[in-house]
Design a protein around this ligand. Structure first.
Ligand code: BES
Ligand code: MN
Ligand code: ZN
Length: 500
């Protein structure tokens, strides 16, 4: 989908459909909707009188213009109650509109910026949300389905039309920003949706190479098994041992400031398939574990957008990538391994592998001089028990960084909730035979994962995002797509931008 900004009267657009809007309770539409209504001799007012158009949130009404306008169709989007209308609503509405208009004969769509006029929202924020939502809503993962004609049609062009030339000029960079954020999210979705036979650690590293090659501001390094061995990454390697696929530890650098170390490290769990290893998972729903590399996809895709938006910060992404398989050489329960920082780990459950690969990824971030670390991982099934799919848990050793992360999430339309890191939970990872063990047996599964990870960040301000309950969704909803949802990608980007 191409997105363009233009100055003009939307009523004069000859797009296949023009999109206008209506707040609930409005009987005489104003602004662009009023102009379109006038050109249609009051057709919209008549529909309001009849009760067919009410402006309710989610209401989408397609009418035909019968030659009264250059465009053959008008879509009237209900905005709901003005008091409830915010940038999240704009983003979700824009995504829903793009899905609604996915039909034969509709290639060019012209839209006004919802909320920018009488809506009273920050105009540029609203323009960004329109573009972001449109890109996010246009996402589908169809590459493994044989072509079947019409159901693949997609909007080719979205024109954001604004009457005022100065306002239109300000919309241009905002629209581009929304597009960059949306495209990065879709790139992460593409990786997470990919089956594990189409996305091995080697192939994931190739995707990261492609992202880095496309942006001059990025550089990439991929550690092979021998390199990891040399660096003492015994925790990561203990997971890779059971697989025939070679592991990859991906590092992407973005230098926007050119300082020492890094302002931010983002570290993502990259298990391209999690069978559980010797502590093998039950067969039911195991296919969902193809998405256990969502954290890695998230940090790789975030770097794509950070490079495009070019903030004056230095960011490094680290993604430890491997399969977790029960091969003949696999780690066995009771085995003890040593991470890069010298911490010894008793592996009681080989299915708690995410924290094992992240341990060495976090150690590397510390070694590289990260002043802040955020890790993102599909770490625990317990996250679903705690939160369903409404919000995701964050855990931290630093309130200030956690607040910045929370604000970035809020700007992305994502809800987060902090889980406690009381020192009493330290006991939950104490081992009889090593420094720590990789799984607890006293509940609080999501917190235990964080308590384990905390041992590898030294004193660096750090936030852990456990996205295991939101990475895959069973239905689409506003900006959220079915399958890989794209959760946390824009949050990491917005966090990096906020550190400038
Ligand atoms: N990848 C899983 C967590 C997961 C479960 C993600 C369901 C998405 C949906 C993780 O590696 C895992 O298996 N965690 C275990 C940890 C336990 C053994 C301590 C879990 O949550 O059961
Ligand atoms: Mn597991
Ligand atoms: Zn896992």
């Amino acid at each position: 989908m191409q997105i363009a900004t233009s100055t003009g009267d939307i009523a004069r657009s000859d797009a296949d459909v023009i999109v206008v809007n209506l707040f609930e309770g409005v009987t005489t539409p104003g602004g662009a909707t009023g102009a379109v209504d006038a050109a249609l001799n009051g057709a919209i007012r008549r529909l309001i009188e009849l009760g067919d158009v009410r402006g309710k949130a989610g209401e989408l009404t397609l009418i035909h213009t019968h030659g009264q306008l250059p465009a053959p169709r008008v879509l009237i989007a209900g905005l709901g109650k003005q008091a409830d209308f915010d940038l999240d609503a704009v983003r979700n509405l824009s995504a829903n509109i793009v899905r609604f208009l996915r039909r034969p004969g509709i290639g060019r769509v012209a839209t006004i910026v919802h909320g920018a006029g009488i809506g009273g929202l920050a105009p540029e924020g609203a323009a960004q949300a329109v573009a972001e939502g449109a890109v996010l809503g246009s996402y589908r993962f169809l590459k493994h389905r044989s072509s079947n004609g019409d159901d693949r049609s997609e909007i080719a062009t979205l024109e954001v039309v604004e009457l005022d030339a100065a306002a239109a000029a300000a919309f241009e960079p905002a629209v581009r920003r929304g597009e960059v954020l949306g495209l990065a999210t879709n790139a992460a979705r593409d990786m997470a949706n990919e089956p594990s036979n189409h996305l091995t650690p080697t192939m994931l590293a190739e995707r990261a190479q492609a992202v880095a090659a496309a942006a001059p501001a990025l550089s990439i390094q991929v550690l092979e098994g021998a390199d990891m061995e040399a660096k003492g990454m015994g925790s990561m390697l203990s997971v890779a041992k059971g697989s025939a696929q070679p592991p990859k530890m991906i590092r992407i650098d973005y230098r926007g400031r050119g300082g020492e170390g890094f302002d931010l490290a983002i570290v993502g769990k990259g298990i391209t398939f999690d069978t559980g290893g010797i502590s093998i998972k039950p067969a039911a729903n195991m296919e969902a574990m193809k998405a256990d590399m969502t954290g890695a996809a998230t940090v790789i895709a975030a770097m794509q957008a950070i490079a495009a938006l070019a903030p004056a910060v230095d960011v490094v992404a680290i993604a430890p990538c491997t399969e977790n398989m029960p091969g003949g050489n696999a780690t066995k329960p009771g085995d003890v391994v040593t991470a890069m920082n010298g911490t010894t780990i008793e592996i009681l459950n080989t299915d708690a592998e995410g924290r094992l690969v992240l341990a060495d990824g976090l150690c590397w971030a510390v070694e590289l001089g990260a002043r802040r670390i955020v890790d993102v991982a599909t770490l625990t099934g317990a996250a679903t028990t705690s939160f369903g799919d409404v919000c995701y848990g964050i855990m931290t050793n630093d309130d200030a960084l956690a607040s910045q992360l929370e604000n970035a999430a809020a700007r992305s339309g994502e809800k987060t909730w902090r889980l406690p890191m009381f020192k009493e939970y330290d006991d939950y990872v104490k081992s009889e035979v090593a420094d720590i063990k990789n799984s607890g047996n006293r509940g609080a599964g999501t917190i235990v994962g964080a308590k384990f990870l905390e041992r590898f960040v030294a004193r660096t301000p750090w936030v852990h995002l456990d996205i295991a309950n939101v990475d895959m969704m069973d239905k689409e909803r506003g900006w959220v797509s079915k399958g890989a949802s794209g959760y946390s990608v824009r949050t990491l980007i917005n966090l990096a931008l906020s550190l400038e």
